[in-house]
Design a protein around this ligand. Structure first.
Ligand SMILES: [Zn+2]
Length: 331
């Protein structure tokens, strides 16, 4: 495998200029095709595509992927199938901003992708998306087994980490192995993400929100979820997961052992609203009908129903003010 990793990093000239990246992500090398690492030992098995930093202010996912690749290399871990680690919005990561021209994780529906392929687009994120599409398509075309995608994210607000689950039985089953609460319905509330792209192609796809961007536990949460996923799909043996019991224990504690939650409401915003979330809300915090959650130019913004708040917006950029979810019992 060392040879594989070295092959993935075979030539320094392949790497994007990383003078700015290294100030955000010390030691992280990103190949011109977004690869952080590409492990293929010639054994049959799944193709696992891990991506981090789809939002440039979320470097924890990139670091988590790099830690996994480094551990696989150092411990000489046998890997079945292929593990491809990808860096998302390289340009925005350099700048430490969520995106440069548009959200890179919002144009992965079939019509948008077809248009982008035909026109090649014109924004900074169009270029990033075309490069990622090339990497995704190559991984899918080369796959000799199931394709599994995990997209690693972090949040502006503090709160409970969770898994974004697609309406796909295999995705739901896989999410249950990952020791965090699963949120169903976000892929409809936040359409056209990378997990929608993979799911539409018939593959298994999940996203994980690992915690607040700068929280020290976020990188550990993202790394732990990715380790559990790798073992769950048979890419590595369970015994190869470093500190398996500790990782499961920490994930369950951070996820508060919460059940699955289904999204029932999205509060969309536009810049003209001057939306201001009230301070102190945490992800997956219970809220009650009528509770004032935020203010905008029209007055107070109230919770439409009892439920749990998801992704309260505490950053200046975005079109999703918050979501409300209701606990659902999984069959
Ligand atoms: Zn994100």
């Amino acid at each position: 495998m060392q040879a594989d990793v070295k092959a993935a990093m075979r030539n320094h000239s392949d790497f994007i200029d990383q003078s700015l990246l290294t100030t955000i992500l010390p030691g992280v090398q990103v190949a011109a095709d977004h690869r952080l690492g590409d492990v293929n030992q010639g054994r049959p098995g799944p193709t696992v595509v891990l991506s981090g930093g789809m939002h440039g202010n979320e470097p924890a996912g990139v670091r988590a992927i790099c830690r996994i690749l480094a551990t696989l290399r150092q411990d000489d871990v046998p890997v079945a199938g292929r593990l491809l680690g990808l860096c998302g919005n390289v340009g925005a990561l350099r700048l430490g901003v969520r995106y440069t021209d548009r959200d890179l994780n919002r144009h992965w529906d079939a019509p948008s992708v077809a248009q982008l392929r035909a026109t090649h687009g014109h924004t900074a994120e169009d270029v990033e998306q075309l490069e990622l599409l090339h990497a995704f398509d190559e991984a899918v075309a080369q796959a000799r087994g199931p394709v599994v995608h995990l997209d690693l994210h972090s949040m502006s607000a503090d709160g409970v980490p969770f898994i974004v689950v697609c309406d796909h039985p295999q995705s739901v089953a896989l999410a249950r192995q990952l020791c965090l609460p699963g949120i169903a319905g976000l892929e409809k509330a936040i359409p056209a993400t990378t997990i929608e792209y993979f799911t539409a192609l018939g593959h298994i796809a999940l996203a994980v929100e690992g915690g607040q961007h700068q929280s020290p536990s976020t990188e550990d949460t993202l790394e732990s979820v990715a380790w559990l996923l790798l073992a769950s799909v048979g890419a590595i043996a369970w015994s190869a997961v470093p500190d398996l019991a500790g990782r499961r224990e920490r994930l369950r504690a951070r996820g508060l052992d919460l059940p699955a939650v289904k999204v029932t409401y999205r509060h969309g915003i536009s810049p003209n609203d001057h939306f201001r979330m009230r301070p102190g809300y945490r992800n997956l915090q219970p809220v009650h009908a009528g509770e004032v959650l935020a203010e905008d130019d029209h007055g107070p913004v109230r919770a439409p129903a009892d439920g749990w708040i998801l992704l309260p917006l505490y950053q200046p950029v975005g079109t999703d003010g918050f979501f409300i979810g209701s606990p659902v019992a999984h069959a």
